[in-house]
Design a binder for this molecule. Sequence first.
Ligand code: ADP
Length: 176
Amino acid sequence: MEARINKGVLSLTEGDITKQDTDAIVNAANKSLRGGGGVDGAIHRAGGPKILEECIKAGGCETGEAVITTGGNLKAKYVIHTVGPVYRDGNHNEPALLRNAYRNSLNMASSKGLKSIAFPSISTGAYRYPLDQAADIALNTAISYLNDHSDIELIRFVLFGTEALEVYENTLKRLS
Ligand code: ADP
């Protein structure tokens, strides 16, 4: 599914983030930036040790912030590592922190002159953010970015499994 927003395209697809050919892919990392499970593990396995070396040099990353490394052996030239919030009950600033993770990743891509970026569904795995609420924040943040800027041409969400894809598709239909 695709939506044209201002000068850019927002696209939703089912698949594996590590296979994407966008300028950057985003990693749902943890604060240590030392690798982990889920998307994080998959990216480091596919991209090779150079990414972890650069992450270790960067030192770490606060929740809602973003750090950029090269893409190692991946098709994508860069990996933007961001840390989503661990979901507790929704009353611990989780929505704003999740919004920041998306926004700061987009700002990082923009500051490097990148034109295309692929996101996984941040925080909805080990960090247990309810998928429908996370989809709403993810897509709203992407739509506002495209409405306010004309530099990034493609924002792609790569969803793992048909259920996640459906939730994102229904949310996008509602928002656009
Ligand atoms: P977090 O710790 O931010 O919750 P996870 O990596 O545990 O991050 O999960 C985030 C989302 O990414 C989950 O919805 C999970 O199903 C999905 N996911 C896991 N592996 C991949 C992959 N290779 N490509 C895209 N999405 C993935």
